[in-house]
Design a protein around this ligand. Structure first.
Ligand SMILES: [Zn+2]
Length: 149
């Protein structure tokens, strides 16, 4: 998408940018009195004589609070919240390492104390647990203890 950006000036001398899909778009809006100065609101707006520049594939900034892709700061906050939850999970579970499948089955069958555990299991072990109705959650390898403590 190409967007034309014009430097506009109101009758009071305020300068601002206007974003248009085409020069015709600017002409139409100007002729209908749809252009108004964001600072004083008057509709006597004209294009300054500088050459317009054309931005390709560059959308106008979405004001905060409106729908749009998350800003980098937002994404970082979300990631931090997820890591915080995982750290809590790690602190509140017992690491049983590669005995995970065995322990999960013992807890399920009442042979071991009911408690939250974490550990490693092979895909085959996870499948066997699931087949017996034992729910386990698999986390990606990047969530190892070293990163979470
Ligand atoms: Zn103005």
């Amino acid at each position: 998408m190409a967007i034309k950006v014009f430097d506009l000036e109101c009758a009071q001398g305020h300068l601002f940018e206007g974003w248009f899909s085409s020069h015709d778009d600017y002409d139409t809006q100007q002729a209908r009195g749809l252009l108004s100065c964001p600072m004083c609101g008057i509709t006597q707006v004209s294009k300054r004589l500088s050459a317009p520049h054309v931005n390709v594939g560059h959308a106008p900034q979405v004001p905060s609070g409106q729908a749009g892709s998350p800003q980098p700061a937002q994404a970082a906050r979300i990631q931090a919240a997820i890591m915080q939850q995982l750290r809590t999970l790690v602190r509140n579970t017992e690491n049983v390492g590669d005995r995970f499948a065995v322990e999960a089955r013992r807890i399920h069958e009442g042979e071991a104390d009911e408690r939250p555990i974490r550990g490693v299991a092979t895909p085959a072990e996870r499948e066997a647990l699931a087949a017996d109705g034992i729910a386990v959650v698999a986390l990606p390898d990047i969530f190892d203890d070293d990163r979470l403590q």
